[in-house]
Design a protein around this ligand. Structure first.
Ligand SMILES: *Cc1c(COP(=O)(O)O)cnc(C)c1O
Length: 399
């Protein structure tokens, strides 16, 4: 009787060792709570702060057009689909959004998945098989890495971040493979740098490889009307597979794969997240539709995003911080992990929310605050952040 009355927390008590190990390595995390919408001025754990850590590049998470679209969708289509896409979970609006995303990306077709994470899983696991090889940038997103790991019969060869000579060597080395897939983030999330897509495409064309770009941080940010890195470099028609997320700049939730019709059709038949997980609720689909409409009709928000980005970086460099990048993701280098964590804590106390990114996510001496500038920040928000960074940079002897 007594053995049978162990509580779940007793039975899972062994996990406390894992938790202690995480704490010892300074990797243990707890959740901060946002009270209210994902806005620039927000309340986190009861404290009013200016938010510099969300991926809400265009401020669309609470844009009136997206909210209204969600309300309308609930009235016309209800709150859920209660089915996977392949049974009875494909509504007219799912098809319409996919048509719209394909038009937006200038591809033949697209397919929406539950998230960007799932879009990467779906694409990589559905198109490759025995005899194929994946060539992957060392700083690619975790969802790409995990998708590659799922392909037990397909080796992944990792090239150092943006090292095109190494990529070429790998292409030569793997010339006897059946097919090669080169996969890269369009914008890398920790440094805010852009993949050398023209070089990657040129190599792929020379060595007959497939190219897949994950534009999670570039859609709504880079390229004409926010079409992403492929448009940014004028490479439309030369990148085979584009992954996008609907969860960042687009403001809602989801991911998609854009490319030729044949790709969409194979994913519909083979992608396990598509086949075995319920489709998006109508409200989310219609919010995404409204977001894409907004991007196509008006570049005001994207223009403001880039103006704000330039303004913030110039200000940070003027006060002596190393704060350089090619996109609205601005890594503000603090030095040691300890210093970055201390700076993040002090920023919070002073009303600025900027997340510390430390080893092992980045190099030991390059711990940083990752700032994401958005279109929704006002000049006053940016000035206040720069002013606070100046004060704390001096206080912590970083500048
Ligand atoms: C955020 C991100 C994803 C995951 O997208 P979700 O829609 O949040 O699942 C995938 N790839 C990259 C490069 C990302 O930055």
């Amino acid at each position: 009787m007594s053995e049978a009355t162990l509580s779940a927390s007793q039975r899972l008590g062994f996990l406390n060792d894992d938790i202690q190990a995480l704490k010892d390595a300074h990797l243990y995390q707890t959740l901060r709570t946002l009270q209210g919408p994902q806005d620039v001025e927000c309340i986190i754990d009861g404290k009013k702060v200016i938010n510099f850590s969300s991926n809400n590049y265009l401020g669309l998470t609470h844009h009136p057009a997206l909210i209204e679209a969600a309300h309308r969708a609930i009235d016309t289509h209800g709150v859920g689909t209660a089915s996977v896409r392949t049974i009875i979970g494909t509504m007219d609006i799912h098809q319409e959004l996919e048509r719209k995303l394909a038009d937006f990306k200038h591809t033949e077709a697209s397919l929406v998945l539950q998230s960007g994470f799932m879009a990467n899983t779906a694409a990589i696991t559905s198109i490759l098989g025995e005899g194929d090889v994946i060539l992957s940038d060392s700083l690619n997103h975790a969802s790409i890495i995990d998708a590659c790991r799922m392909m037990k019969q397909v080796p992944t060869k990792v090239y150092q971040h943006k090292e095109m000579n190494q990529l070429e060597d790998l292409l030569k080395e793997t010339r006897h493979a059946r097919r090669r897939l080169i996969v890269t983030d369009g914008v890398f999330s920790m440094d805010g740098d852009i993949a050398p897509l023209p070089d990657i495409v040129a190599l792929a064309e020379r060595y007959d490889a497939i190219v897949m770009v994950d534009d999670a941080h570039s859609s709504g940010v880079l390229g004409k009307n926010g079409r992403g890195s492929v448009s940014h470099f004028g490479l439309e028609g030369r990148v085979d597979i584009q992954i996008g997320t609907l969860s960042k700049a687009i403001g809602a939730m989801g991911g998609y794969v854009a490319g030729p019709e044949v790709l969409r059709n194979i994913l519909i038949n083979k992608a396990r997240p598509f086949l075995f997980s319920t489709s998006h609720p109508p409200s989310v689909i219609m919010s995404c539709m409204a977001a894409i409409q907004l991007l196509e009709s008006d570049t005001t928000l994207i223009d403001r995003l880039w103006e704000n980005t330039r303004y913030f970086k110039a200000g940070m460099q003027r006060i002596g911080f190393q704060a350089d990048s090619e996109t609205p993701i601005v890594p503000v280098i603090a030095g040691s992990s300890e210093k970055a964590q201390r700076l993040s804590q002090r920023l919070f106390e002073e009303g600025i929310f900027g997340q510390a990114i430390v080893f092992p996510t980045v190099a030991r001496d390059k711990a940083r605050i990752r700032i994401i500038v958005t279109a929704a920040h006002t000049q006053a928000h940016l000035d206040q952040a720069i002013h606070t960074f100046e004060k704390l940079g001096k206080e912590l002897a970083i500048i």
